[in-house]
Design a protein around this ligand. Structure first.
Ligand code: ATP
Ligand code: MG
Length: 213
């Protein structure tokens, strides 16, 4: 089955901004576009000197229940679970091709601002904040600093990315980071059978002091 995304979701998927945000109406394809973008990044992670591409991703939702009921289901709706190894106990999916790549995707819940400290124990390549409006705001500020895997020594020039889906406090974030916004556009995506006109709005924010949109 062919899958297509509309112009706004496509711009979000293709954006190379350090932090990219997608917002839009219920059911407009935000989570799906975020998973596709994440896999584009993961599979495009440059290899280290030994030729092996390595990445570590954290996907965050506010509660464990919603991780199970929503985020993990959406992820595996787009990514064949059997193409990697799923560990339900640790909520981690590993794509391991010896000599080629080793990518870990870790699903984590953060119910309170105090849980943000869990982030400090590990370094990541990519972070995805699902339904960010329900997450502690500190996460959004702290995550970019945790994106240090692979290290600059292993992969010089590597830059991690943060993907944010649905955000509430865009103005307050705008006071500490630079904010770009686009006017709502008519977005359209379609599968073989259906084509739904949707409106999505894409907002891209940048880390302070940078000029890349
Ligand atoms: N490009 C696409 N082609 C075909 N189906 C799609 C596409 N994008 C999303 N869908 C389907 O549309 C439905 C809603 O998508 P999704 O869950 O990604 O939207 P959402 O904006 O995250 O929804 P919510 O607001 O409920 O979180 C899902 O069943 C998904 O499989
Ligand atoms: Mg969603």
């Amino acid at each position: 089955m062919g899958v297509a995304f509309g112009p706004v979701a496509s711009a979000f998927i293709q954006s190379d901004a350090p932090v990219s945000v997608i917002v839009g109406p219920v059911g407009s394809g935000k989570s799906s576009a975020t998973v596709i973008k994440l896999m584009r990044l993961i599979l495009g992670t440059p290899p280290g000197a030994d030729g092996v591409s390595r990445s570590r991703t954290i996907i965050v939702r506010n509660t464990y229940r919603e991780l199970e009921d929503s985020v993990i289901k959406t992820f595996f709706a787009w990514v064949p679970q059997s193409s990697g190894e799923w560990s339900p106990g640790s909520l981690t999916w590993r794509l391991d091709v010896p000599g080629r790549c080793q990518h870990d995707v870790m699903f984590r819940s953060f119910d309170s601002a105090g849980d943000v400290g869990k982030l400090l124990s590990t370094e990541y390549s990519y972070g995805m904040l699902s339904e960010a409006r329900e997450l502690p705001e500190e996460l959004i500020h702290m995550l970019p600093a945790r994106l240090r895997y692979p290290t600059q020594r292993d992969v010089p020039g590597f830059r991690g990315r943060v993907l944010i889906e649905r955000i509430r406090v865009i103005r307050r974030i705008g006071s500490t980071v630079r904010l770009w916004s686009r006017k709502p556009k008519a977005g359209r995506y379609s599968s073989n059978r259906q084509a739904w006109p949707r409106t999505l709005r894409i907002l891209r924010i940048c880390q302070p002091g940078t000029t890349k949109a």
